[in-house]
Write a protein that binds this ligand. Structure first.
Ligand SMILES: C[S@@+](CC[C@H](N)C(=O)[O-])C[C@H]1O[C@@H](n2cnc3c(N)ncnc32)[C@H](O)[C@@H]1O
Length: 241
């Protein structure tokens, strides 16, 4: 995924520029305590630590991603500013009111129980703290191919922006910003397909033709779903009052 998106240390499109755009959207101060839920290889955690002087904890379900994020953190001069643990977004292993910001970058689509996810996030946020995230979204849940999209995207309960807003408001949080970024995602998948074709030979040499064909057909599906307006993306910022 890191090769596909062309962004070192990210498993999602956009990389550091996307992280910065979320920082700007939320008007984040420097030096905050951040929890990155679904932290992957640590890209956004490293950026928040380096550029915003934040103290970042990352949590991810995949122990291999956590191990790799820790390894990469060890190669940087971050003076203990980042730490990664394995765990589930719906049972955060942190005490109440521990973080100024709960961050998510294109990861929560994979979390089925979004009501518990948002309740857990609220629990670990301080009063006045912010939830700041971007995600892949289903723009047309009534579409005949929506369930196929959920399967291809490994996102059984993919949300709409409205679903997220309802859940967040239901927890009593105040929505500060809400952006539909579907057009950016559509453009990004165009680049993903171009990248895949450009490194086809080295990819096949490393992983074999069968894996390449699966990856290509999955990414082509995601591109087509964007073009049809079925798949989209969005960013949201909300405050715990
Ligand atoms: C598309 S990747 C994005 C990773 C990272 N945020 C980034 O932008 O590079 C999604 C990540 O969410 C993690 N994930 C999926 N379900 C999760 C859950 N229930 N709890 C914690 N992490 C989860 C995956 O293991 C994966 O690392």
């Amino acid at each position: 995924m890191e090769m596909l998106y062309g962004e070192p240390e990210y498993l999602s499109p956009g990389g550091d520029a996307k992280t910065q755009s979320l920082i700007d959207l939320a008007r984040l101060d420097r030096g905050l305590r951040v929890l990155d839920v679904g932290s992957g290889l640590g890209g956004s955690a490293f950026y928040l630590a380096q550029e915003q002087a934040c103290r970042v904890h990352g949590i991810d379900l995949m122990t291999s991603n956590v191990a790799e994020a820790k390894r990469r953190a060890g190669l940087k001069i971050l003076q203990g500013q980042v730490d990664f643990v394995s765990g589930d977004a719906v049972a955060l292993p942190f005490s109440d009111q521990r973080f100024d910001v709960v961050w998510g970058q294109d990861a929560w689509c994979h979390v089925d129980d979004k009501a518990t996810l948002i309740a857990e996030i609220k629990r670990v946020l301080v009063e006045g703290g912010q939830i700041v995230f971007s995600d892949w979204l289903v723009n047309k849940p009534e579409h005949i191919r929506a369930s196929e999209l959920y399967e291809v995207a490994a996102s059984a309960n993919m949300a709409t922006l409205e679903m997220y807003q309802d859940l967040i408001r239901g927890e009593g949080l105040h929505i500060e910003a809400c952006l539909d970024t579907s057009d950016d995602l559509r453009k990004e998948y165009h680049h993903v397909l171009a990248r895949l074709r450009a490194f086809e030979a080295s990819f096949v040499e490393q992983y074999g033709q069968k894996v390449f064909d699966i990856v290509l057909s999955t990414q082509q599906y995601m591109f087509d779903a964007c073009e049809e307006g079925l798949l989209g993306s969005g960013s949201l910022v909300a405050k715990k009052l």
